[in-house]
Structure formats: structure tokens, C-alpha cells
Design a protein around this ligand. Sequence first.
Ligand SMILES: [Zn+2]
Length: 257
Amino acid sequence: MTTPSATYSLYFTGSGSGGNLSVGASAAVLERNNKPLLLIDCGPGTLNAFAERYQGALPSAIFITHGHLDHIADLEILTVRARLKNTPPIPLYVPVELIPLLHQRLATYPGQMAEGDHDFWQSFQLRPVSERFICEGEEFHIHKTRHHGPGSSYALQLPGYFFYSGDTRPIPELLHHISLRSEVIFHDCGLHSNPSHTGLEDLTREYRDDVRSRCVLYHYDDANAGEALKAAGYDIAEPGKCFLINSPASSSSTSEQ
Ligand SMILES: [Zn+2]
């Protein structure tokens, strides 16, 4: 359902890990014809970076990959800004299994605003997502990844265009079999692996060369770590960097027999 004549790009407001936000909290904006279509995650500082790029605007739609605060903290700020600007509820696409956690972490604080009755959800239109969803005519797919408990973190795919891993250990079962050859893969990766995240040494062990060559790495510790990932031959996301993701209209799967 993508528009062949449209230009698609992914703009990073931040590309860091939760423990060190010197390169911002990892979050990105899908743009269509240079206009923001969908914000992926909303951690600390994301809203200000978003406003800086889009002339003070608030996001018009958001997808949440998982419930760690470095990916959702600014939603609390957003509920206040949306209320003060009197904007219509912002569509918030959330994998069904994440909804109780999101509610618990962000929406149960009593009397969230002093200025009259207002609770967290009044600023949002909750859009529960099972496997796929449509936003502004574009059909997105979600996939369970490997980040802490099963079903607690999700990748986002715009088939044929991009695959955004979210926080995860390597996911060859998805990238070798579900991702399409034309997709740019934005992948969690720091210098060193740990039980929750991918590290540089994981990539060569887990992925075929043609998959690694499509990877753009994000969610690393700091600028030095980013430089080391670049020195290892990978493209990396950085705050303020924008990636063109136009599909060459290929829809063949990378899956091999
Ligand atoms: Zn996380």
C-alpha cells in the first residue's frame, strides 16, 4: 500500500542506549515526502528533537516497540503538551501484549495534571496492534523479538522498505526469512553483546553477508562506540541523520531453502 512515487525516509532523533543518552534515546521518524508520518518510540528527549526538526510540531502518530523508559518516558510529557495545545487524541499504536505495562507505567499516576481533569489516555487514541496496522494508508507489520521476556518487545516492518529491530538480541529467524531484500535493516547493536542486546561480534556469527550489508546500527553506548562500529564496516544511525529508504520495487524474500 506504499505509494511508488512517494519518497520515504527514516530520521533518527536519537541513537543511543538507555544507560548513556549522550547520543539521545533511540527513536526514529518515518517520513513520507519529507513529512513525519510515524514516530517510532518516544524516550527522554525525543519530543524536543522532534519539535526541532518539524517546526515545533507534536507527533501525529506513534508506534511503541516496548515498555522500557528510554523508549516511552516522553509520552508523559506528550500527554501534557497535547493537552495544553488542545490537539486531537494522537494515535498510539501499541502491541496488544504491551498495553497493561504501558498503562501501569504511565497512566496510573493519580491527578496527572493540576489544570483540571486530565488523565494520560485523554491525549491518545490507543490503537492495539496484533500483527499489523495501517497508518496514513501504509501497512506496517510487527514481529516479536528477543529482549527480556517473550512478547515484551517488537520489531516494526514496512514491507519492502525497512525493518526496524527495536531492542533485541540477534533475530536471524526474522531477518533471514521475513525481511525482504529491498529493506534497509535498522538494528540494535552495541560494541559488546549482553543478554538483552546485540553486539558487534553477534552480527558475523548470526547473519549472512547480504543481510549484514543492509544493516544500519543504532542503540550503541556513545559516539566512540559509534565510531568503532563504523570502523568495523557498518553504517550507523546518529542523532539528526536521515536515511532514504525508497524501495527498488523488489519484493523478493531473502529466505533461502
Ligand atoms: Zn529496552
